[in-house]
Design a protein around this ligand. Structure first.
Ligand code: ATR
Length: 287
């Protein structure tokens, strides 16, 4: 890497940021493209988010990613917000625009692109979505917008699922999200589904946990997509495979949210070949 007077900087703001894999994505892409760009993590302490965004603009940083706990909190500090990100209420990518930043949500486009590369369709499908936290809410929105036929939103706490379903159905004008208690899974129609696992259950170090344990739940799944990528294979994914289903982790979602951010910052299109090179580098951190 050659750093000189023309080097542009991108980075990640969040707290904590020490374990991020995003530098692998962006610095690899910069190298592949021959862009004079570096990507670095910037920890931002509680209460300093506004100062961080303003400081980034003053320093003319080309772009930033935003992670936990600031994806919603950052919105008031932006000049513009892309409609999808505004509807989801969460921003993970800031792109420099006339002295400030425009916010995007590339997590959802990243998930969509990851699913496309795995040959997983949303349009016309009946989908099980596990969890009703911020991540699942965004996935529910994505599924509604991308033409899912029906999404059964299963959550331990039913009223939270009901709230998210109403919000997404109202926002998209489609009565597509059906809230259910997790424990009521056995009342689902008798067929096989794509299941998206959007809770934090099973995340490292609690690797032996899964959001649901019952065998007859897993026999209803033809494909299980876990948003978690650490561990490489979650208990949810293992259970799906044990019952003959296909399972994917969330690493390609991480990859493509970064790829899309890189495209927004640099006005380029990242080829599948380059995305594949980045993916192999990311994988080295797991296997
Ligand atoms: P976010 O997606 O906003 O980051 P999270 O804290 O990662 O949120 O995950 C919250 C989701 O995980 C919720 O759907 C939560 O269920 P409740 O609404 O019932 O709390 C779900 N969740 C967390 N721990 C769980 C557990 N042990 N069993 C079942 N669901 C659980």
């Amino acid at each position: 890497m050659k750093i000189d007077g023309k080097t542009r900087t991108c980075g990640l703001i969040g707290n904590p940021v020490e374990h991020t894999l995003s530098p692998v994505i962006h610095n690899t892409l910069a190298e592949r493209f021959g862009h004079n760009l570096v990507y670095v993590p910037f920890p931002v302490e509680t209460g300093r988010l506004g100062a961080a965004v303003e400081g980034a603009a003053a320093l003319q940083l080309l772009g930033l990613n935003v992670t936990v706990p600031y994806k919603s909190e950052v919105i008031p500090f932006l000049q513009e917000v892309d409609p999808l990100a505004a509807a989801i209420g969460a921003v993970n990518t800031l792109v420099s625009v006339n002295g400030g930043y425009k916010g995007y949500n590339t997590d959802m486009d990243g998930l969509y692109r990851a699913m496309e590369t795995e040959g997983i369709r949303i349009n016309g499908e009946e989908i099980l979505l596990l969890g009703a936290g911020g991540a699942s809410r965004a996935v529910a929105y994505l599924c509604a917008v991308k033409g899912a036929k029906q999404v059964y939103l299963l959550n331990r706490t039913l009223d939270k699922a009901e709230r998210v379903a109403k919000e997404v159905n109202d926002a998209t004008g489609r009565q597509v999200i059906v809230p259910m208690a997790l424990s009521a899974y056995n009342t689902l129609p008798d067929r096989q589904f794509l299941a998206i696992q959007g809770t934090s259950v099973g995340l490292y170090p609690n690797v032996s946990e899964a959001v649901i344990g019952e065998d007859d739940f897993y026999s209803r799944i033809h494909t299980g997509f876990d948003l978690i990528y650490s561990p490489w294979e979650t208990t949810f994914m293992k259970r799906v495979k044990e019952h003959g289903g296909h399972a994917c982790n969330g690493l390609k979602m991480l990859l493509y949210q970064g790829v899309i951010a890189y495209e927004l910052w640099n006005g380029v299109e990242v080829s599948e070949e380059d995305a594949g090179v980045v993916y192999e580098k990311l994988k080295e951190h797991f296997i």
